[in-house]
Design a protein around this ligand. Structure first.
Ligand code: PLP
Length: 405
C-alpha cells in the first residue's frame, strides 16, 4: 500500500499555505517550489553570495563547493556515469540549442538527415530547423498513430534512411503521453543514430537512469521539477560532449586566449560560459535532494489516481472533447469544450481560481496534425489533491453551461 500523504507533501509548499484557494493545474508550464528550495536560494543570497570557480576567498570557495555539489546531486539523480557529463544551462531550451548548434558544426554534414517527431515542443524543432536549413540537412518527422502515440512502425522505416540524429520528447507536453524511450533509443542505436531526449516533462514523472536508458543526450529544465527558473541540465556522454562546438563563449570555458587562437577548458566547464545561475543551481540541487525523500512509485500512483478521477469526471460532462489518452499518461490532459475557443474556457476556469493553460502549448505542428486551434491543458502534480480534481471538474461544468447556453 502507498504510504504517500498528499497533505504532508503539499504542506511543504509555502504557495499553498498563502494561496489556499487556488487549484494549480499549470504544472507542465512550471511547478511550485517546496520550502527546501526557496530556503536554499534565500540562504545562498543572504549568507554566501559569491562567484564560483575563480575566487581567492573562502566565500567563493564555499559557493564553488555548493555549486559543484549540486552537479553531484544531478549526476546521481539521473545516474550519469561521470559528474562532468552534467552541464548546467538556463533550461531545456538552452540545452537543446546547444546540442543542435554543437553537432551541426562537427557531427552533422550537408546532405545528412535528422529525425524528430510530430509531437515535439518548439524547443526541439526550431533549433534544429535553424541550423538544418543553413547546412542543407534534411528533417524527417515520425508520425502519430490513431492513439496519438508515436507510430513505431513508421519510426523503424524512417530509421532505415540512416538519420545521424534522432531527437524526441520523453513525455508530450500537450497530451501527457509517455513515449517508449528505452525502446526508441535501442532502435535508433541499432540504426547508428545519436539519440537526444527532451526530458522537460519526463524527468518529473520518472526519474531517468542514463546508464540504463543509454541515450546520448538528455535535457531538462529545473523549474519543471520543483527547482528554480533559469536552471537546466544538459546530460551528454563524454565523447559527444567533447565534440559539441560551444554555443556560448567566454569566462570559465576558456583555457588559453590570444587574438590568434583560443583553447577550451575541460568538461563540464567547456560548455558553461559566463557566470552561471549559482543560486538557481544550488536550488535545483536542493529540489532533487528533496524529492528523493519520496518513493517515485508513490508519486506516480498518486497522480494516476488523480488522472483516473479526472477522466471519469470528464466523461460525465457533455461537450468535452478529450485529446489525451488515459493510458501511458504522465498526468497531463488536453481538452476542448465543443467549438469554444480554449482561451475562453481557460478564462472561465481562472474566474474560479483554477489555473490551467490554453493555446497551442509551443507545439504548433501537433495542433496542425490534430486539426484543432489549440486546447486547454490540465497538468497534475504530486501536490494536487482529489479536491483539486473535483473543483476543476465543477468549474469546467459551469464553463460548459455558460459557454454553450
Ligand atoms: C517538452 C518540452 N520541451 C522543452 C520545453 C522548454 O522548456 P524551457 O522553457 O524551460 O526551456 C518545454 C517547456 O514547456 C517542454 O514542455
Amino acid at each position: 500500500m502507498s504510504g504517500f500523504d498528499v497533505q504532508q507533501f503539499r504542506s511543504q509548499f509555502t504557495f499553498f499555505q498563502l494561496q489556499p484557494d487556488w487549484v494549480y493545474l499549470d504544472n507542465a508550464a512550471t511547478m511550485h517550489k517546496p520550502k527546501a528550495v526557496t530556503d536554499a536560494v534565500q540562504r545562498f543570497y543572504q549568507q554566501q553570495n559569491s562567484n564560483v570557480h575563480r575566487g581567492a576567498h573562502q566565500l567563493s570557495q564555499r559557493a564553488t563547493t555548493e555549486f559543484e555539489q549540486a552537479r553531484d546531486i544531478v549526476a546521481s539523480f539521473i545516474n550519469a556515469k561521470h559528474r562532468h557529463e552534467i552541464i548546467f544551462t538556463s533550461g531545456a531550451t538552452a540545452a537543446l540549442n546547444q546540442i543542435a548548434f554543437g553537432l551541426m558544426h562537427t557531427v552533422l554534414q550537408p546532405g545528412d538527415r535528422i529525425l524528430l517527431t510530430q509531437l515535439e515542443h518548439h524547443a526541439n524543432i526550431v533549433p534544429w530547423q535553424l541550423h538544418c536549413q543553413r547546412h542543407g540537412i534534411h528533417i524527417d518527422v515520425v508520425p502519430l498513430n490513431s492513439s496519438l502515440q508515436l507510430d513505431l512502425a513508421a519510426y523503424q522505416q524512417l530509421l532505415l534512411q540512416k538519420p545521424k540524429v534522432v531527437s524526441f520528447s520523453h513525455v508530450s507536453n500537450v497530451l501527457g503521453h509517455i513515449q517508449p524511450v528505452q525502446q526508441m533509443v535501442a532502435m535508433a542505436k541499432a540504426a547508428g543514430a545519436i539519440t537526444v531526449i527532451d526530458g522537460a516533462q519526463g524527468v518529473v514523472y520518472q526519474q531517468p537512469d542514463m546508464q540504463q536508458l543509454d541515450c546520448d543526450f538528455y535535457v531538462f529544465s529545473g523549474h519543471k521539477i520543483y527547482g528554480p527558473t533559469g536552471t537546466g541540465v544538459l546530460y551528454g556522454k563524454t565523447a559527444l560532449l567533447e565534440q559539441l562546438t560551444p554555443l556560448l563563449a567566454g569566462g570559465e570555458m576558456i583555457e588559453q586566449v590570444s587574438f590568434v587562437n583560443t583553447t577550451f577548458n575541460k568538461l563540464p566547464f567547456r560548455l558553461e560560459a559566463g557566470t552561471p545561475n549559482i543560486a538557481g543551481v544550488i536550488g535545483l540541487g536542493a529540489a532533487l535532494q528533496w524529492i528523493q525523500q519520496y518513493n517515485n512509485n508513490d508519486l506516480i500512483q498518486h497522480k494516476s489516481l488523480l488522472l483516473k478521477a479526472f477522466f471519469s469526471g470528464l466523461a460525465q460532462i457533455k461537450g468535452v472533447d478529450i485529446l489525451s489518452m488515459p493510458v501511458h499518461n504522465a498526468g497531463i490532459v488536453a481538452l476542448n469544450v465543443d467549438s469554444e475557443h480554449p482561451s475562453d474556457v481557460a478564462a472561465m476556469l481562472d474566474q474560479q481560481q483554477v489555473a490551467v493553460r490554453s493555446g497551442q502549448h509551443c507545439a504548433m505542428p501537433l495542433f496542425s496534425y490534430l486539426a484543432r486551434p489549440g486546447a486547454v491543458r490540465c497538468a497534475f502534480a504530486a501536490y494536487n489533491t482529489l479536491d483539486d480534481v473535483n473543483r476543476c471538474l465543477l468549474a469546467l461544468e459551469q464553463a460548459v453551461e455558460i459557454l454553450t447556453a
